[in-house]
Ligand binder design. Structure first.
Ligand code: C2E
Ligand code: CA
Ligand code: CA
Length: 597
């Protein structure tokens, strides 16, 4: 039984006893012309009035410099804090109320008219088990020759406050593990930040369970819950005095760490966590392994709010998910994230208002030294920031889902340029157009459908279009990519594997998928002449392409020597600054025409 219940269940002093003790004082007129019987009448009427009130109420007057109860109702008696001690009755066990009454009577005497009502909150007992009241002291008109009087009323708000408190407790706890949740965790971090003392440091660690959603999906929510509870238990076992564990997300835990020995403690905690989570989890018939990613933010002199610190740890966690290492947040990251967010907003606008352009870089057939086509590359001339590199805005577009409209725009614009060249030349020019398609666009958009429509709109034969895809498209969703590539084959569209050699390509996919061309990544080509390893890689790619019947394009050809060497090695195409940098549409056409002549 809770303390509050004990208190409430204690038998109250009998009302008769209390009332008998309270009564006598009231009816004695101090000085009045009225006969005592009239006072008795008055007193009865007042009593009836007070008894009719739905809240605890008493008429209090000041006698001999103390607040004394003249009349009170049953509800007031039931409060049991007000107990008669001596005569005239004083209010005991309610020091704040007595103090307010004393203050009130001082004002009463000083005021020319009646003083204002006095309102305050009063807690009777301790924070957990006590009762809460809204108290009002309202002046009553003085009666000639009588001391100042007031009406004291108390509204019991205990239930309301307790409900709010338990609701809050519920809101601050995760019901599955009973651990504090994200809000409670941020509050706890806030508290530490507020009282940060340079001698003791703290860190926020976030632990994310990789592959947890797979367990949920394959074994069901109950198994998932079981894993979460086990993880919570194991994590608790790694805690030291002063540490706090919370469940901050579905498969994410937060630990507020006290660093007694500086930053090394955070690293040690991370190792303990990895070690307890590395043991397999037994679920009915299965044994599953879990891996975790850990991000850390240190609480130091310039820490922000609790929420901000948790967010910082999340930046680090995000990085940890790709690097596989424990990552610690660095102060520039938040600014970087904000910049990205700005860029996202501005990019959305740029796509809408047409601030993006395409530049066209020639691709040379090394056997004939003629231009076989152009690669369309996006350009963003930002009104205030200047030219922004695609290496910067393409990843932002991919993250924000803007790559779908951007990719559609690039396809449409590139084909419309090719159609315009045809029109200017008075017939189809013998050029292909290569357009980059992001793996994310391939996964989200109906790329073959979009391409079919664009080809039809601009009257371009599919064979004149090449799609450049990176290996990540195959890795992410091999089936979907296979279907998309087969659909492209149906349109006669060619496919090039971009940045070849930098990603992870399974040879079997390379053989199975309808890929026509391998673009050897610039990192292998540039500096190749000075580096035997690079030459070996380029040779290997060339012979692989040869064996699989695919053409090759070397990226980043910056010198004549490279161009000649690549041609000698059997590379079919080259692209790079040695031939030309990416050009405006008109300049690109002029470049091609000049080369013809
Ligand atoms: P990428 O597809 O590998 O494009 C080749 C990049 O190498 C281009 O950079 C090009 O300007 C640059 N380059 C060409 N020749 C040379 C050279 O000789 N030396 C050096 N150092 N660099 C050379 P850019 O235009 O900055 O594009 C970077 C990347 O952005 C592209 O790499 C591509 O992955 C992506 N990208 C550009 N436009 C688009 C687009 O419209 N859609 C998609 N999805 N990605 C795009
Ligand atoms: Ca490309
Ligand atoms: Ca490339």
């Amino acid at each position: 039984m809770r303390v509050a219940e004990v208190r409430r269940n204690r038998p109250a002093p009998s009302k008769e006893t209390v009332r008998a003790a309270l009564r006598p004082v009231v009816i004695e007129p101090v000085s009045t012309d009225l006969p005592p019987e009239t006072w008795v009448q008055f007193s009865r009427i007042r009593q009836a009035f007070l008894d009719a009130l739905p809240i605890a109420a008493a008429i209090i007057s000041e006698r001999d410099g103390r607040a004394a109860i003249d009349e009170c109702n049953d509800r007031f008696v039931a409060l049991d804090t007000y107990r008669p001690t001596n005569r005239p009755l004083s209010i005991t066990g309610a020091a704040p109320v007595a103090e307010h009454l004393a203050l009130f009577f001082d004002r009463y005497r000083a005021a020319s008219g009646l003083p204002d009502n006095m309102l305050f909150e009063w807690r009777d007992g301790d924070d957990v088990s006590g009762r809460h009241f809204n108290v009002t002291i309202a002046p009553l008109k003085p009666i000639d020759g009588q001391p100042p009087r007031c009406l004291l009323t108390l509204v019991d708000r205990t239930t309301e406050i307790e409900n709010a408190r338990s609701l809050r407790a519920e809101l601050l706890h995760d019901s599955l593990t009973g651990l504090p949740n994200r809000s409670a965790f941020a509050e706890a971090v806030d508290e530490v930040v507020a009282t940060v003392d340079s001698a003791v440091h703290h860190a926020v660690l976030l632990v994310d369970l990789s592959r947890f959603s797979r367990i949920n999906e394959s074994l069901g929510g109950v198994a998932g819950d079981e894993v979460i509870i086990t993880v919570a238990r194991r994590l608790i076992s790694t805690l030291r005095a002063g540490d706090l564990l919370a469940r901050v997300g579905g498969d994410e835990f937060g630990i507020l760490l006290r660093l007694a020995n500086g930053h090394e403690d955070a690293a040690a905690a991370a190792r303990r966590i990895q070690s307890v989570l590395s043991a397999p989890f037994r679920l009915a018939r299965f044994e599953v392994g879990l891996e975790c990613a850990i991000g850390c933010a240190l609480i130091g002199d310039e820490s922000g709010s609790g929420e901000e610190l948790v967010r910082n740890a999340q930046f680090a966690l995000k990085r940890a998910k790709t690097t596989g290492r424990v990552e610690v947040h660095h102060s520039g990251e938040a600014a970087c994230a904000r910049y990205k967010l700005d860029l996202e907003t501005e990019l959305r606008r740029a796509i809408d208002v047409g601030d993006l352009r395409l530049a066209y870089q020639p691709i040379i057939d090394l056997a004939t030294n003629r231009i076989s086509g152009f690669e369309a590359l996006s350009r963003w001339a930002h009104p205030t920031r200047g030219n922004i590199d695609p290496g910067e805005f393409i990843p932002v577009a991919e993250e924000a889902g803007l790559i779908v409209p951007l990719g559609r725009w690039a396809l449409d614009t590139a084909l419309s340029t090719l159609a315009r060249w045809d029109a200017l030349a008075g017939g189809p020019v013998p050029l292909t157009m290569s357009v980059n398609v992001s793996a994310i666009q391939l996964a989200r958009d109906d790329v073959p459908g979009v391409i079919a429509a664009a080809l039809a709109t601009h009257g371009i034969d599919g064979a004149r279009l090449t799609i450049e895809l990176t290996e990540s498209a195959i890795v992410q969703d091999p089936e979907r990519t296979t279907r998309a590539l087969q659909a492209l084959k149906g349109l006669n569209v060619r496919v090039a594997m971009d940045d070849f050699g930098t990603g992870y390509s399974s040879l079997s996919y390379l053989r199975k998928l309808p890929i026509d061309n391998l673009k050897i990544d610039r990192s292998f080509v540039s500096g190749m002449l000075q580096d035997r390893d690079k030459v070996a890689i380029v040779r290997a790619v060339l012979s692989l392409a040869d064996a699989l019947g695919k053409t090759t394009t070397a990226e980043g050809v910056e010198t004549i020597e490279l161009s000649q060497t690549l041609a000698a090695l059997g590379c079919s195409h080259g692209q790079g600054y040695y031939y030309a940098a990416p050009l405006e549409a008109d300049a690109a056409l002029a470049y091609w025409q000049a080369k013809l002549g």
